[in-house]
Design a protein around this ligand. Sequence first.
Ligand code: GAL
Length: 355
Amino acid sequence: MTRRFTASLVLVLALAGCGGDTADVSAPDRGLVGLAMPTQKSERWIGDGENMQSQFSLLGYKTSLQYADDDTGVQVSQIQQMIDDGAKALVVGAIDGTKLKDVLGRAAAAKIPVISYDRLIRDTNDISYYATFDNFKVGVMQATYIVETLGRGGGARSLELFAGSADDNNATFFFNGAMSVLQPYINSGSLVVRSGETSFAAVATQRWDGKVAKERMARLLSSTYANRRVDAILSPYDGITRGIIEALTEGGYAPTALPVLTGQDAEIDSVKLIAKGEQGQTVYKDTRELAKVAVQMVNSLVTGVGEPIVNDTKQYNNGVKDVATFLLQPVTVTKANYQRVLVDGGYYTAAQISG
Ligand code: GAL
């Protein structure tokens, strides 16, 4: 699938270069693309922004890359500015997927196509396409790691659950994917959530903030685990996992004897913890590939050459319509394969991980 996509990107690149700009085919001026990203607190979004910037520039686009510091009001003004600056298209990684309806209405009035990037923008007709990873599968991978690592025998094991930010549509997909694997074990009693906190609302972590997760984990340790061990923790994202690890080590767990812990994004600080055997798993999502998908979508829409490639038209309803989506495949990463996937795959150097 990725190979097919790459081939088509090459084709689009070639066609775009021949599209009427005969004066200077090497540097066509295709106008401005607005890249509205949510935050620089999480390393992945920095990579997303930089990858798109360089790929757009190769195709002759200027970009305005803006980060909104997890503040929805700031993101709305940044998008408005991009519209006022005459952007030809917008790529938006939303902070709160429900709060962009009005500003995107103004983008639609100016005939500016919008790509919903990684996170689905909800409650509006004014998005053209969605580019993301298979979010349900991310949760399935995290939960599968937990059940496989705990093993099937050995009596009831204790598990606690964490989810992402409730205003991010992805968070529900990750959680539902994970629960599709975990629920039968919880029902049979082989996994026990001793805190009793099992609903998405009870376990969500506002703004994916590691500090918020750390506080909740510390509370669970004193309320529920004063005299017993927690065996596994479902965490949806590496930054949350690091917060949980801080609470656990401050609560007396040795770094080498932590519960089974999951994550997402293969952030460098977490890959180091995986190499040391502290965090068990993460889910790697190659943001270079996601950038390619979004860039290809924008380029097709702006030049009219080819059509954006999609591979899912049913899974992502944003409350108004089923949004045509391209889903990339996530990869589960553990101590056993991080070298092959992340280092041999060119995402990190060995020195970055050991440094
Ligand atoms: C999600 C995204 C994850 C992770 C998280 C926190 O929307 O899909 O990969 O980055 O946000 O930033």
